[in-house]
Design a protein around this ligand. Structure first.
Ligand code: PLP
Length: 393
């Protein structure tokens, strides 16, 4: 099984239920699992035999999804979580304690940034931020003995800045530090961080993996031995596990992941090119455009597609942005992304409102910045709608 279209449909193993022959993985909507006898229970508890105990610890529907995403990312093991944020905090709780340092790329999704600020203030975790585009150049100078985790988001939400994953992984590898990559914007269809040397991949599966805007979910993919310990401790005790029904929705979404992501990316490139030449637009942020500062890196690590996310700065700042958001008819005025439908929002006041005004300026989230999650509609309709809305400003 080589091609990605085959892999999303069939991999890593046929999902049908040997008990009934059901072609689709059933939703094992159960809290607990009955043991044959006490010896059987002992073997499962000891790990001598694979089996299920209780759905906070593992569940067959969720387990199949974990195998599938791990397979697509080229990782050994997956741990599905109740949300993308549950994946992020389960990883942070594994590697960080009071006094430790995390080095993270900047900007980050507002929730991840908010979590780090909370860990800093409440639990004494030290945080160093390095701008995404400069990350690999400045990382080595920012390492000290307290660093226990390096965490990057590429493309970055919402500025579409890029971290050079391979160059970063060479440095973390040299110092024996775990490198985790939030791959939500790119998906394994576009970018494979583990093949580029990263140790962990995080997803908000709420986005492209689900793809239909009807589920909140997350996952961590990485080495089996480390994730097994997290499954038995951080995830089990913090309890941010995924429900079997939501796992089923994501499995259903993944079947069309490859064709959706291709279409999202093609549409986004067309929209970015249209906005790039528009007189009412100051700047377009899209790694597929040749004037993106790390376009060459994006070309190398992103497989010729650049995701469905486009951000742009509108002339006239926040007021002009407000008018645009209220004039467009095809994209819905809503946060989230990776949906079949286009969604448009204002990061400074919405998804990234956890940043102070000063921090927003510092990380490049301009008050006139608009984030557009380009859906799978006809690109001509999207462009016509944007053109009409811009003409009203
Ligand atoms: C890049 C990125 N990572 C993580 C998250 C958190 O995911 P969730 O909303 O599923 O908790 C988001 C949410 O928007 C995101 O955009």
């Amino acid at each position: 099984m080589k091609g990605i279209d085959t892999k999303v449909v069939h991999g890593p193993r046929h999902e049908y239920d040997p008990l009934t022959g059901a072609h689709r993985m059933p939703i094992y909507q159960t809290t607990t699992f009955v043991f044959k006898d006490t010896k059987h229970a002992e073997r499962i508890f000891n790990g001598e035999e694979h089996g299920f105990i209780y759905s906070r610890r593992s569940n067959p529907t969720v387990e199949y999804l974990e195998e599938k995403v791990a397979f697509l990312e080229g990782g050994e093991y997956g741990l599905a979580t109740a949300s993308g944020m549950a994946a992020v905090n389960t990883l942070f709780f594994k590697f960080l304690k009071s006094g430790d340092r995390i080095v993270a790329s900047s900007p980050l999704y507002g929730g991840t940034y908010g979590l780090l600020e909370m860990l800093k203030e409440k639990y004494g975790v030290k945080v160093t931020y390095i701008h995404a585009n400069l990350f690999h150049e400045e990382l080595e100078d920012n390492l000290d003995d307290d660093v226990k985790l390096v965490y990057i988001e590429t493309p970055a939400n919402p500025t579409l800045d890029i971290v050079d994953i391979e160059s970063t992984a060479k440095i973390t590898g040299k110092y024996g530090l775990p490198l985790a990559v939030d791959n939500t914007f790119a998906t394994p269809i576009i970018q494979k961080p583990i093949e580029l040397g990263a140790n962990f991949v995080i997803h908000s599966m709420t986005k492209y993996l689900s793809g239909h805007g009807d589920t909140i979910a997350g996952i961590i993919v990485g080495p089996r031995d480390v994730l097994r310990t997290m499954k038995d401790a951080e995830l089990r005790f913090l309890g941010g596990i995924l429900s079997p029904f939501n796992a089923y929705l994501i499995l259903r979404g993944i079947k069309t992941l490859a064709i959706r992501v291709r279409k999202h990316s093609e549409n986004a490139l067309k929209v970015a090119e249209f906005l790039h030449g528009h007189p009412k637009i100051e700047k377009v942020m899209y790694p597929g455009l040749p004037d993106h500062p790390l376009h060459e890196v994006a070309k190398r690590q992103m497989n010729g597609m650049y995701s469905g996310m486009v951000s742009f700065i509108i002339k006239g700042g926040r007021e002009a942005g407000r008018k645009l958001l209220e004039s467009v008819k095809v994209p819905a005025l809503a946060v989230s992304l990776g949906d079949t439908d286009s969604l448009i929002e204002h990061p400074a006041s919405m998804t990234h409102a956890t940043y102070s005004e000063e921090e927003l300026r510092k990380v490049g989230i301009h008050e006139g910045l608009i984030r557009l999650s380009v859906g799978i509609e006809d690109p001509e309709d999207l462009i016509e709608d944007l053109d009409r809305a811009l003409s009203q400003i």
